[in-house]
Design a protein around this ligand. Sequence first.
Ligand code: SAH
Ligand code: SF4
Length: 362
Amino acid sequence: MTDLLSVTPDAARTALADWLAGGAGRAGAGHAEPGYRVTQLVPRLWQRPAGSWEEATDLPAALRSQLAAAFPLGRLTLATTQLSRDGTEKFLWKLADGEAIESVLIPEGKRRTLCISSQVGCALGCVFCATGRMGFRRNLRASEIAGQVRELVLREVGAVPTNIVFMGMGEPLLNWDAVDTALTILNHRDGFGIGARHITVSTVGILPSLAQLAKRPEQFRLALSLHAPTAQLRHELMPIEKKYALPDVIQALTQFRRRVTLEYVLIGGKNDSLGQADELAKLARPLGALVNLLPLHPGGAPDLTPSARPRMLAFERRLKRHGVEVVLRRSRGLDISAACGQLRVELEARRKVRPQEHARVE
Ligand code: SAH
Ligand code: SF4
């Protein structure tokens, strides 16, 4: 049976209408007025999410239990939250199979940006990244990606976030099918209705899925994690350079037909010289890209150091002098390790809570 939370709202509507009409002789179906019922049910997926069908008490009891049997609504379980002094809040979610992921809510004036995960861990092993050090565990389903937003709404932590960034755990473009569907759910009027310009996919530049993303008609934003202005240095920091080389990635960005952001984490003595700023400007200017300079979070890489503040400011000034639009970001949520690149679920701690499984394996 269709997992209604892992398909687009349109596909969910079709599956529900079919089921209500008694299509294919499904048990418990054959309801009267399926058209009317569908308009009652679809909003309970995303717009006014129900924790379970049993909780949707505006529906007849018999229908609720049939729905619960046919279309169980999967949940993420909140394991812990941590609130930073600056208002940033980190959520650790347990998934049905015992894996865990994190999301981070960053309030900023009227904006509430939710940073979401797309995979459990990450296979790409960028040297500065805490998630990379976990290694890859598995892809998230669309229900688990969009579910990070759904759970927030269910918990009444507040309304739907105003902005979404795919900058949590994982490489979204290595989980394209689920991310593709999740983008629709986030943006669709029967989903969360978040404007495409307020949804940012961050990637190291996985070329085949980048082409797929570029094909979508909505104006989703793209952030490319660049971090190095030359292929040689990028190779040192990001093993993916071997597979998708810098010139090809930059070439793909010129095909994107939308303004892109280049993410650049400043690492002391590695990529923060003024000569490197000049090189970066040579890439950014023809693209008309916005450069986002980020302080390195040392939690991701004990052997690397963040650039000193004066060095960051000088790097920023140099880019500006080249006519590049640039923003030097502040660190948020540092005290709770909640910034991008800091997300890393402690596997050891998790093993401890599953001692029986261990016993069985041994
Ligand atoms: N895999 C995707 C998205 C998740 S990482 C990507 O790499 O783009 C989200 C952002 O956090 C990326 O720009 C990544 O480079 C950055 N990041 C990773 N480790 C970091 C660290 N230690 N300090 C600051 N930013 C980091
Ligand atoms: Fe993966 Fe992004 Fe971390 Fe690189 S920076 S290891 S791609 S999550």
